[in-house]
Design a protein. Sequence first.
Length: 316
Amino acid sequence: MNPKILIIGACGQIGSELTYKLRALYGDKNVIASDISYSNIDIVNSGVFEIVDAQDYAAVKICVEKHRINTVYLMAAMLSATGEKYPMKAWDLNMNSLFHVLNLAKAKFIKKVFWPSSIAVFGSTTPKENTPQFTVMEPSTVYGITKQVGERWCEYYHNKYGVDVRSLRYPGIISWKTLPGGGTTDYAVEIYHKAITDKKYECFLSENTALPMMFMDDAIKATVDIMSANEKDVKIRSSYNLSGISFTPKELAQSIKQQMPEFSITYKPDYRQEIADSWPKSIDDAYARNDWKWKHDFSLEQITKEMLTHLGEKYK
Ligand code: AKB
């Protein structure tokens, strides 16, 4: 099947880079970017772009039919920190959009779906070190609840209706092109911007808060890999654990100082500390590594080098 792709939420942090990558792989005319507004002008101007409200079933269906889409990447979501401020909006956006896409696949308008889950599916009763694929899951954020419930629905639609839905539990994603919005792991991107612009950063998490993280290139590679894997090799249809590296704010600051000795950090934990404390410190992703041969490339040192170099250019 030649993919004819719709990316919903293409203006966001991951959606934007996925758009560039999929266009490079499959050709500009085969990858339609969409979002609820023109919030990322680079994406809007980079190829075919449609305004689509992910919560509007008719709007998504019209776009799918207009462009003869067979594959949807549903990247629109409200993340953990914003979700705690607007619980019902987070529930509505994250669940309605998923049901719309799953139902389009069930009705055979589309053939394949990618939907991101998150480490937020885990909670304070989950083992924190090397968190297994199958374990206790009692998420305490609205975002985590929507991702956990969403995983159950993905597996259900696969088992009952044969929907080819594939999913990854993303850790915090670090990138320099588009800023993340409303997540608990956002500090790991903000810190690099502030290192370049102010040479100092006040962190909203405490110094020893370890969290699973990953460079954007690795996250995009994992997404492309799972979507191009043979159907029979994708054995988990809820969502796969996915791991890159883990570090604390203190370790991240040290890695920046190695390349920028004048950088300094202070800590002022806020409401996001409680969210971070409920999440794993590191992830066991053996199933992804075995089933479809996932492997990450970027170390913390390499990420810091990439981030400082590219952001240095950007702020010149
Ligand atoms: C968040 O912090 O909410 C996200 C995530 C880990 O899913 N980046």
